[in-house]
Design a protein around this ligand. Sequence first.
Ligand code: ATP
Length: 251
Amino acid sequence: MTAFPAQVDSSHELRPDALIEVRGLTAGYDGTAVIRNVDLHVEPGEIVALLGPNGAGKTTTLLAISGILSPMAGTIRVLGDRVSSHRPHLGARRGLAHVPEDRALFSGLSTLDNLRLGNRDRSGDLDATLDRFPALRGLLNRRAGLLSGGEQQMLALARALISRPRALMVDEMSMGLAPIVVEQLLPVLRRIADEHGTGILLVEQHVHMALEIADRAYVLNHGELALHGRADELVDQLDRLEASYLGQDPT
Ligand code: ATP
C-alpha cells in the first residue's frame, strides 16, 4: 500500500508563508469524527488537490477550514490567523473564499446581482473578473437559476474570485458537468494561481484532470490522509492510485 513515491505529510515544520495550514484536524458530526488527524497546507500560488472516494471526508475538511464546522481537535490557520468556528463570516474578509458543492447561487437573482453580492465591499473589479469568464458577459441579466450547469459554475467561481481572495477552496467543481466543460474551467484556476499567487485547495472527482493542473495532492481515505505528494509523481501512479485509494477500477 505504501509503495508510492509520495507519502503522508508527517512533517511538522512551521510554514510561515502558508495561506491555509491544518494540523491534527479531527472533525465530524454529532460527536462522531469523520476525519482524523489531518495535516495539510496550501502555499501562495499553489493548487493543491484533495482527493479520495465518496464519503472520505473531503467536504468535511473544507467546512472545518471555512469555520462552518467546529474542529474536535487540531488547529486551522488561514492567512496566519487561527480560524474560529464562531465567526465563519470572517473567512471572506480574511481573504478566504469557498465555492461549496451546491455552488450556493441565488437562483432568483440575475448573474450580475450574484456577482455584486460577491463584491459587497466594492473592492473587486467586475470587468477583470468577466475577462476570466467571458461567457458570462452575455448572461449578466439572466437569472442564475436559468443558466446551464457550466455557466452556473463559472458564476460561482467568478463570484468567489471578484474580491481577489488570497486563498480559494473549490468543492467538486465538476459536479454535474460534462468533462469538456471541466477541461475548460480547470485551466482558469491554474492561471489565477500563477498570475495572482492565489492558493487553491481543490476537491475534485476527476482525478486525472485535477492532477494535471495541481502542484500537489492529498488523498483522504476513510477520513485519514493516505497519501501526499507532488502531482506529477502521483499522476505516474494513477492507475494504482485509483484502484487502491479511490475505489475505482483502473481502465
Ligand atoms: P463526496 O465525494 O461523496 O462528496 P466527501 O469525501 O466530501 O464525499 P463528506 O461529505 O465530508 O465526504 O462526508 C464524510 C462522512 O461524513 C460521510 O460518511 C457522510 O455521510 C458524513 N456526513 C457528511 N455530512 C454529514 C452531516 N451533516 N451529518 C452527519 N454525517 C455527515
